[in-house]
Design a binder for this molecule. Structure first.
Ligand code: HEM
Length: 397
Protein backbone atom coordinates (compact mmCIF):
# COMPACT_ATOMS: atom_id res chain seq x y z
CA UNK A 1 0.00 0.00 0.00
CA UNK A 2 2.81 2.46 0.71
CA UNK A 3 3.61 2.46 -3.01
CA UNK A 4 0.38 4.29 -3.85
CA UNK A 5 1.52 7.30 -1.79
CA UNK A 6 4.43 8.95 -3.61
CA UNK A 7 4.59 12.65 -2.70
CA UNK A 8 7.91 13.06 -4.53
CA UNK A 9 6.52 12.11 -7.95
CA UNK A 10 5.06 14.71 -10.31
CA UNK A 11 2.28 12.29 -11.36
CA UNK A 12 1.14 11.82 -7.78
CA UNK A 13 1.24 15.56 -7.04
CA UNK A 14 -0.84 16.22 -10.17
CA UNK A 15 -3.46 13.59 -9.24
CA UNK A 16 -3.27 12.43 -5.63
CA UNK A 17 -7.01 11.72 -5.25
CA UNK A 18 -7.25 8.16 -6.69
CA UNK A 19 -4.45 7.04 -4.35
CA UNK A 20 -6.24 8.63 -1.40
CA UNK A 21 -9.36 6.63 -2.21
CA UNK A 22 -7.37 3.40 -1.87
CA UNK A 23 -5.75 4.55 1.37
CA UNK A 24 -9.13 5.45 2.91
CA UNK A 25 -10.66 2.13 1.92
CA UNK A 26 -7.81 -0.27 2.53
CA UNK A 27 -5.42 1.33 5.07
CA UNK A 28 -6.88 4.34 6.90
CA UNK A 29 -3.84 4.26 9.20
CA UNK A 30 -0.68 3.40 7.30
CA UNK A 31 2.95 3.40 8.46
CA UNK A 32 4.91 5.15 5.70
CA UNK A 33 8.56 4.27 6.09
CA UNK A 34 10.06 6.86 3.65
CA UNK A 35 9.00 9.77 5.91
CA UNK A 36 8.60 7.65 9.08
CA UNK A 37 5.03 8.80 9.66
CA UNK A 38 1.58 7.28 10.05
CA UNK A 39 -0.66 8.45 7.19
CA UNK A 40 -4.23 9.23 8.26
CA UNK A 41 -6.63 9.53 5.35
CA UNK A 42 -10.28 9.53 6.54
CA UNK A 43 -12.15 12.76 7.23
CA UNK A 44 -13.47 11.62 10.60
CA UNK A 45 -9.98 10.68 11.83
CA UNK A 46 -8.21 13.80 10.50
CA UNK A 47 -10.88 15.98 12.08
CA UNK A 48 -10.69 14.13 15.41
CA UNK A 49 -6.88 14.10 15.62
CA UNK A 50 -6.66 17.85 14.86
CA UNK A 51 -8.76 18.38 18.00
CA UNK A 52 -7.08 15.71 20.15
CA UNK A 53 -4.88 17.26 22.85
CA UNK A 54 -2.74 14.10 23.07
CA UNK A 55 -1.19 15.36 19.82
CA UNK A 56 0.36 18.69 18.94
CA UNK A 57 2.44 20.60 16.41
CA UNK A 58 5.43 20.65 18.75
CA UNK A 59 6.48 18.49 21.68
CA UNK A 60 9.16 20.77 23.11
CA UNK A 61 6.78 22.03 25.83
CA UNK A 62 6.46 18.49 27.25
CA UNK A 63 9.71 16.71 26.39
CA UNK A 64 13.18 17.14 24.94
CA UNK A 65 14.07 15.65 21.57
CA UNK A 66 15.85 12.79 23.36
CA UNK A 67 12.92 12.08 25.68
CA UNK A 68 10.65 11.79 22.64
CA UNK A 69 13.13 9.41 21.00
CA UNK A 70 13.92 11.93 18.26
CA UNK A 71 17.14 13.64 17.24
CA UNK A 72 17.57 17.41 17.51
CA UNK A 73 17.87 19.22 14.16
CA UNK A 74 21.46 19.93 13.08
CA UNK A 75 23.03 23.13 14.49
CA UNK A 76 23.29 24.86 11.13
CA UNK A 77 19.46 24.92 10.91
CA UNK A 78 19.13 26.94 14.14
CA UNK A 79 18.03 30.25 12.47
CA UNK A 80 15.16 28.48 10.72
CA UNK A 81 13.96 26.65 13.86
CA UNK A 82 14.23 29.75 16.07
CA UNK A 83 12.06 31.67 13.64
CA UNK A 84 9.63 28.78 13.15
CA UNK A 85 9.30 27.97 16.84
CA UNK A 86 8.53 31.55 17.78
CA UNK A 87 5.35 31.75 15.72
CA UNK A 88 2.09 30.53 17.27
CA UNK A 89 1.60 27.75 14.73
CA UNK A 90 4.45 25.70 16.18
CA UNK A 91 3.66 26.38 19.81
CA UNK A 92 1.28 24.51 22.08
CA UNK A 93 -0.62 25.70 25.17
CA UNK A 94 -0.06 27.58 27.33
CA UNK A 95 2.29 29.53 24.99
CA UNK A 96 0.01 29.05 21.99
CA UNK A 97 -2.99 30.37 23.93
CA UNK A 98 -1.02 33.45 25.01
CA UNK A 99 0.37 34.17 21.54
CA UNK A 100 -2.92 33.61 19.75
CA UNK A 101 -4.70 35.90 22.22
CA UNK A 102 -2.06 38.64 21.87
CA UNK A 103 -2.04 38.47 18.09
CA UNK A 104 -5.83 38.46 18.00
CA UNK A 105 -5.76 41.76 19.95
CA UNK A 106 -3.94 43.36 17.03
CA UNK A 107 -5.37 41.25 14.16
CA UNK A 108 -8.97 42.05 15.05
CA UNK A 109 -12.08 41.15 13.01
CA UNK A 110 -12.67 44.91 12.68
CA UNK A 111 -9.23 45.53 11.21
CA UNK A 112 -9.74 42.65 8.76
CA UNK A 113 -13.28 43.66 7.78
CA UNK A 114 -12.13 47.25 7.25
CA UNK A 115 -9.81 45.93 4.53
CA UNK A 116 -12.67 44.69 2.33
CA UNK A 117 -13.06 47.82 0.12
CA UNK A 118 -9.28 48.09 -0.28
CA UNK A 119 -8.98 44.41 -1.25
CA UNK A 120 -11.81 44.78 -3.76
CA UNK A 121 -10.19 47.86 -5.31
CA UNK A 122 -6.88 46.08 -5.61
CA UNK A 123 -8.51 42.99 -7.17
CA UNK A 124 -10.39 45.18 -9.65
CA UNK A 125 -7.19 47.00 -10.67
CA UNK A 126 -5.22 43.77 -11.11
CA UNK A 127 -8.00 42.15 -13.13
CA UNK A 128 -8.54 45.28 -15.28
CA UNK A 129 -4.85 45.29 -16.21
CA UNK A 130 -4.92 41.54 -16.86
CA UNK A 131 -7.95 41.77 -19.14
CA UNK A 132 -6.58 44.85 -20.95
CA UNK A 133 -3.57 42.82 -22.08
CA UNK A 134 -5.74 39.89 -23.17
CA UNK A 135 -4.74 37.57 -20.30
CA UNK A 136 -1.40 35.93 -19.46
CA UNK A 137 -0.27 34.06 -16.37
CA UNK A 138 -3.08 34.37 -13.87
CA UNK A 139 -0.82 33.24 -11.01
CA UNK A 140 1.89 35.88 -11.53
CA UNK A 141 -0.47 38.69 -12.42
CA UNK A 142 -3.49 38.25 -10.15
CA UNK A 143 -3.24 35.30 -7.74
CA UNK A 144 0.13 36.30 -6.22
CA UNK A 145 0.12 40.09 -6.13
CA UNK A 146 -3.27 40.34 -4.41
CA UNK A 147 -2.59 38.46 -1.14
CA UNK A 148 1.08 39.51 -1.03
CA UNK A 149 0.12 43.20 -1.31
CA UNK A 150 -2.73 42.86 1.18
CA UNK A 151 -0.71 41.13 3.90
CA UNK A 152 2.29 43.44 3.36
CA UNK A 153 0.00 46.46 3.58
CA UNK A 154 -1.70 45.11 6.69
CA UNK A 155 1.59 44.51 8.45
CA UNK A 156 3.13 47.73 7.18
CA UNK A 157 5.99 46.38 5.04
CA UNK A 158 7.04 49.33 2.83
CA UNK A 159 6.23 48.97 -0.85
CA UNK A 160 9.87 49.13 -1.91
CA UNK A 161 10.66 45.99 0.16
CA UNK A 162 7.71 43.80 -0.87
CA UNK A 163 9.57 42.01 -3.66
CA UNK A 164 11.66 40.37 -0.93
CA UNK A 165 8.71 38.58 0.65
CA UNK A 166 7.88 35.91 -1.98
CA UNK A 167 11.44 34.57 -2.33
CA UNK A 168 11.95 34.47 1.46
CA UNK A 169 8.61 32.77 1.99
CA UNK A 170 9.17 30.22 -0.80
CA UNK A 171 12.62 29.32 0.60
CA UNK A 172 11.26 28.92 4.14
CA UNK A 173 8.27 26.88 2.97
CA UNK A 174 10.66 24.37 1.37
CA UNK A 175 11.21 23.07 4.91
CA UNK A 176 7.55 22.10 5.24
CA UNK A 177 7.82 19.51 2.46
CA UNK A 178 8.57 15.87 3.32
CA UNK A 179 12.27 15.05 3.84
CA UNK A 180 13.73 18.35 2.55
CA UNK A 181 17.14 18.09 0.86
CA UNK A 182 20.26 19.72 2.33
CA UNK A 183 20.20 22.57 -0.27
CA UNK A 184 16.54 23.24 0.57
CA UNK A 185 17.38 23.47 4.26
CA UNK A 186 20.36 25.75 3.56
CA UNK A 187 18.21 28.08 1.47
CA UNK A 188 15.59 28.14 4.25
CA UNK A 189 18.27 28.99 6.82
CA UNK A 190 19.60 31.88 4.70
CA UNK A 191 16.08 33.21 4.12
CA UNK A 192 15.29 32.90 7.85
CA UNK A 193 18.38 34.92 8.76
CA UNK A 194 17.59 37.67 6.28
CA UNK A 195 13.87 37.78 7.08
CA UNK A 196 14.58 37.89 10.85
CA UNK A 197 17.09 40.70 10.46
CA UNK A 198 14.72 42.64 8.23
CA UNK A 199 11.77 42.35 10.61
CA UNK A 200 13.86 43.11 13.69
CA UNK A 201 14.84 46.42 12.12
CA UNK A 202 11.28 47.16 10.96
CA UNK A 203 9.77 46.33 14.39
CA UNK A 204 12.31 48.58 16.15
CA UNK A 205 11.51 51.44 13.76
CA UNK A 206 7.78 51.00 14.37
CA UNK A 207 8.22 50.80 18.13
CA UNK A 208 9.86 54.21 18.10
CA UNK A 209 7.65 55.71 15.45
CA UNK A 210 4.31 53.81 15.32
CA UNK A 211 2.03 53.85 12.28
CA UNK A 212 -1.44 52.47 11.73
CA UNK A 213 -0.24 48.96 10.87
CA UNK A 214 -0.01 45.51 12.42
CA UNK A 215 3.75 45.56 13.09
CA UNK A 216 3.26 48.75 15.13
CA UNK A 217 0.24 47.23 16.90
CA UNK A 218 2.17 44.05 17.72
CA UNK A 219 5.20 46.06 18.86
CA UNK A 220 2.91 47.83 21.33
CA UNK A 221 1.44 44.60 22.75
CA UNK A 222 2.67 43.76 26.28
CA UNK A 223 3.98 40.24 26.83
CA UNK A 224 5.26 39.49 23.32
CA UNK A 225 9.05 39.07 23.16
CA UNK A 226 10.92 40.51 20.18
CA UNK A 227 11.60 37.00 18.82
CA UNK A 228 7.92 36.12 19.18
CA UNK A 229 6.97 39.33 17.41
CA UNK A 230 9.31 38.44 14.53
CA UNK A 231 8.08 34.82 14.42
CA UNK A 232 4.50 36.05 14.35
CA UNK A 233 5.10 38.55 11.54
CA UNK A 234 6.88 35.95 9.40
CA UNK A 235 4.07 33.47 10.03
CA UNK A 236 1.45 36.05 9.06
CA UNK A 237 3.38 37.13 5.98
CA UNK A 238 3.94 33.54 4.77
CA UNK A 239 0.66 31.92 5.82
CA UNK A 240 -1.03 35.12 4.69
CA UNK A 241 -0.37 34.48 1.03
CA UNK A 242 0.97 30.98 0.16
CA UNK A 243 -2.34 29.12 0.36
CA UNK A 244 -4.45 31.95 -1.05
CA UNK A 245 -2.29 32.00 -4.21
CA UNK A 246 -2.81 28.27 -4.62
CA UNK A 247 -6.57 28.35 -4.01
CA UNK A 248 -6.84 30.97 -6.74
CA UNK A 249 -4.73 29.01 -9.22
CA UNK A 250 -6.09 25.52 -8.44
CA UNK A 251 -9.61 26.95 -8.25
CA UNK A 252 -9.53 28.66 -11.64
CA UNK A 253 -7.99 25.61 -13.24
CA UNK A 254 -10.84 23.51 -11.86
CA UNK A 255 -13.50 25.99 -13.02
CA UNK A 256 -12.03 26.31 -16.51
CA UNK A 257 -11.97 22.53 -16.79
CA UNK A 258 -15.63 22.33 -15.65
CA UNK A 259 -17.30 24.99 -17.82
CA UNK A 260 -20.80 23.87 -16.77
CA UNK A 261 -19.93 24.73 -13.14
CA UNK A 262 -18.44 28.08 -14.17
CA UNK A 263 -21.64 28.82 -16.11
CA UNK A 264 -23.71 28.19 -12.96
CA UNK A 265 -21.77 30.83 -10.98
CA UNK A 266 -21.98 33.30 -13.87
CA UNK A 267 -25.75 32.77 -13.99
CA UNK A 268 -26.16 33.12 -10.21
CA UNK A 269 -23.59 35.33 -8.41
CA UNK A 270 -25.02 34.18 -5.03
CA UNK A 271 -23.14 30.96 -5.68
CA UNK A 272 -19.76 32.71 -5.36
CA UNK A 273 -19.46 32.02 -1.59
CA UNK A 274 -20.34 28.31 -1.75
CA UNK A 275 -18.24 27.96 -4.93
CA UNK A 276 -15.11 29.25 -3.19
CA UNK A 277 -15.62 26.75 -0.35
CA UNK A 278 -16.10 23.99 -2.90
CA UNK A 279 -12.94 24.94 -4.80
CA UNK A 280 -10.98 24.84 -1.52
CA UNK A 281 -12.31 21.33 -0.94
CA UNK A 282 -12.05 20.04 -4.49
CA UNK A 283 -8.37 20.83 -5.03
CA UNK A 284 -7.03 21.28 -1.51
CA UNK A 285 -4.19 23.86 -1.41
CA UNK A 286 -2.46 22.46 1.70
CA UNK A 287 -2.50 18.70 1.30
CA UNK A 288 -1.06 17.59 4.60
CA UNK A 289 -0.38 18.74 8.16
CA UNK A 290 1.64 16.87 10.74
CA UNK A 291 1.20 16.25 14.46
CA UNK A 292 3.43 14.73 17.14
CA UNK A 293 1.93 12.10 19.44
CA UNK A 294 2.51 12.85 23.16
CA UNK A 295 1.04 9.59 24.51
CA UNK A 296 0.07 6.27 22.89
CA UNK A 297 -3.14 6.52 20.88
CA UNK A 298 -5.16 3.94 19.00
CA UNK A 299 -6.77 4.56 15.62
CA UNK A 300 -8.71 1.74 13.91
CA UNK A 301 -6.98 -0.83 16.09
CA UNK A 302 -3.48 0.47 15.29
CA UNK A 303 -1.47 1.67 18.28
CA UNK A 304 0.47 4.79 17.44
CA UNK A 305 3.14 5.13 20.11
CA UNK A 306 4.31 8.27 21.92
CA UNK A 307 7.01 10.05 19.94
CA UNK A 308 5.48 9.14 16.56
CA UNK A 309 4.49 11.61 13.90
CA UNK A 310 1.17 11.44 12.08
CA UNK A 311 0.56 12.96 8.64
CA UNK A 312 -3.02 14.16 8.35
CA UNK A 313 -3.99 14.02 4.69
CA UNK A 314 -6.29 17.02 4.23
CA UNK A 315 -6.69 16.40 0.49
CA UNK A 316 -7.90 12.90 1.25
CA UNK A 317 -10.21 14.00 4.08
CA UNK A 318 -11.76 16.51 1.68
CA UNK A 319 -12.57 13.69 -0.78
CA UNK A 320 -13.97 11.20 1.71
CA UNK A 321 -17.36 9.84 0.58
CA UNK A 322 -18.28 9.39 4.25
CA UNK A 323 -18.31 13.20 4.60
CA UNK A 324 -19.22 14.45 1.10
CA UNK A 325 -21.79 13.30 -1.41
CA UNK A 326 -20.03 12.48 -4.70
CA UNK A 327 -16.68 13.82 -3.52
CA UNK A 328 -14.93 13.50 -6.90
CA UNK A 329 -17.47 15.83 -8.53
CA UNK A 330 -16.96 19.60 -8.52
CA UNK A 331 -20.32 21.01 -7.43
CA UNK A 332 -20.46 24.77 -6.87
CA UNK A 333 -23.97 24.42 -5.46
CA UNK A 334 -22.76 22.10 -2.65
CA UNK A 335 -24.22 23.34 0.63
CA UNK A 336 -23.23 20.64 3.08
CA UNK A 337 -19.47 21.14 2.84
CA UNK A 338 -17.50 20.40 6.03
CA UNK A 339 -14.14 20.76 4.25
CA UNK A 340 -11.09 20.82 6.42
CA UNK A 341 -8.92 23.18 4.37
CA UNK A 342 -8.65 25.76 7.19
CA UNK A 343 -7.89 23.05 9.76
CA UNK A 344 -9.72 22.44 13.05
CA UNK A 345 -9.07 22.71 16.77
CA UNK A 346 -6.78 25.21 18.46
CA UNK A 347 -4.68 25.95 15.36
CA UNK A 348 -7.71 26.64 13.14
CA UNK A 349 -6.60 29.22 10.56
CA UNK A 350 -6.48 32.67 12.11
CA UNK A 351 -6.58 34.23 8.65
CA UNK A 352 -9.67 32.43 7.31
CA UNK A 353 -11.87 35.58 7.27
CA UNK A 354 -9.17 37.54 5.41
CA UNK A 355 -8.60 34.67 2.96
CA UNK A 356 -12.33 34.58 2.21
CA UNK A 357 -12.42 38.36 1.62
CA UNK A 358 -9.47 38.06 -0.81
CA UNK A 359 -10.89 35.07 -2.67
CA UNK A 360 -14.33 36.65 -2.98
CA UNK A 361 -12.74 39.83 -4.35
CA UNK A 362 -10.48 38.15 -6.93
CA UNK A 363 -12.92 35.46 -8.11
CA UNK A 364 -15.70 38.08 -8.21
CA UNK A 365 -13.59 40.52 -10.25
CA UNK A 366 -12.53 37.83 -12.74
CA UNK A 367 -16.10 36.57 -13.12
CA UNK A 368 -17.39 40.09 -13.76
CA UNK A 369 -14.60 41.41 -15.94
CA UNK A 370 -13.32 38.37 -17.85
CA UNK A 371 -16.37 36.62 -19.31
CA UNK A 372 -14.32 34.85 -22.00
CA UNK A 373 -11.57 33.42 -19.77
CA UNK A 374 -10.06 30.29 -21.40
CA UNK A 375 -7.17 27.94 -20.65
CA UNK A 376 -4.33 28.38 -23.14
CA UNK A 377 -2.41 25.30 -22.03
CA UNK A 378 -2.83 22.56 -19.47
CA UNK A 379 -1.04 23.90 -16.38
CA UNK A 380 1.64 22.03 -14.41
CA UNK A 381 1.84 21.74 -10.64
CA UNK A 382 4.96 22.90 -8.80
CA UNK A 383 7.03 20.06 -7.33
CA UNK A 384 5.86 20.62 -3.72
CA UNK A 385 3.26 18.21 -2.35
CA UNK A 386 2.38 19.74 1.04
CA UNK A 387 1.92 23.28 -0.28
CA UNK A 388 0.39 22.32 -3.57
CA UNK A 389 -0.14 24.78 -6.37
CA UNK A 390 0.40 25.53 -10.03
CA UNK A 391 3.62 26.82 -11.57
CA UNK A 392 1.62 29.13 -13.80
CA UNK A 393 -1.87 29.35 -15.25
CA UNK A 394 -1.81 30.69 -18.81
CA UNK A 395 -5.23 31.92 -19.86
CA UNK A 396 -6.66 34.24 -22.49
CA UNK A 397 -9.09 36.90 -21.31
C1 HEM B 1 -7.09 30.03 1.56
C2 HEM B 1 -6.11 30.42 2.29
C3 HEM B 1 -5.66 29.75 3.57
C4 HEM B 1 -5.69 28.43 3.92
C5 HEM B 1 -6.20 27.25 3.09
C6 HEM B 1 -5.14 28.33 5.25
C7 HEM B 1 -5.03 27.15 5.98
C8 HEM B 1 -4.56 27.05 7.28
C9 HEM B 1 -4.52 25.84 8.06
C10 HEM B 1 -4.95 24.48 7.55
C11 HEM B 1 -4.02 26.13 9.28
C12 HEM B 1 -3.81 25.16 10.45
C13 HEM B 1 -2.60 24.29 10.30
C14 HEM B 1 -2.54 23.18 11.32
O1 HEM B 1 -3.51 22.93 12.03
O2 HEM B 1 -1.50 22.52 11.41
C15 HEM B 1 -3.72 27.54 9.29
C16 HEM B 1 -3.21 28.22 10.36
C17 HEM B 1 -2.90 29.56 10.32
N1 HEM B 1 -3.16 30.45 9.29
FE1 HEM B 1 -4.06 30.04 7.54
N2 HEM B 1 -4.77 29.57 5.67
C18 HEM B 1 -5.08 30.47 4.68
C19 HEM B 1 -4.91 31.83 4.71
C20 HEM B 1 -4.36 32.51 5.76
C21 HEM B 1 -4.21 33.95 5.82
C22 HEM B 1 -4.67 34.94 4.75
C23 HEM B 1 -3.59 34.22 7.02
C24 HEM B 1 -3.16 35.51 7.64
C25 HEM B 1 -3.43 36.66 7.34
C26 HEM B 1 -3.38 32.97 7.71
C27 HEM B 1 -2.79 32.85 8.94
C28 HEM B 1 -2.73 31.67 9.68
C29 HEM B 1 -2.16 31.60 11.02
C30 HEM B 1 -1.56 32.74 11.81
C31 HEM B 1 -2.26 30.27 11.42
C32 HEM B 1 -1.81 29.68 12.75
C33 HEM B 1 -2.97 29.59 13.71
C34 HEM B 1 -2.60 28.91 15.02
O3 HEM B 1 -1.60 28.21 15.12
O4 HEM B 1 -3.36 29.10 15.98
N3 HEM B 1 -3.86 31.95 6.92
N4 HEM B 1 -4.08 28.09 8.06
Amino acid sequence: MTAVFDPWSAEFVARPYPAYARLREESPVLWFEPSRQYLISRHEDVNALLRDRRLGRSYLHVATHEEMGRTAPPDYQEPFWTLNNNGMLDREPPDHTRLRRLVSQAFTPRRVEALRPYVQRLADELVDAFVAQGGGDLIAQVAEPLPVTVIAELLGVPEADRHLLRPWSAAICGMYELNPARETAEAAVRASEEFTEYLRALARRRKEDPRDDLVSALAAVEGLSEDELIGTCVLLLNAGHEATVNVTGNGWRALLQHPEQLAKIRANPDLLGPAIEELMRFDTPLQMFERWVFEDIEVHGVTIPRGSEVALLFGSANHDPAAFAEPEALDVTRRDNPHISFGAGIHYCLGAPLARIELTASFGALLAKAPGLRLVQDPLYKPGYVIRGLQSLEVSA
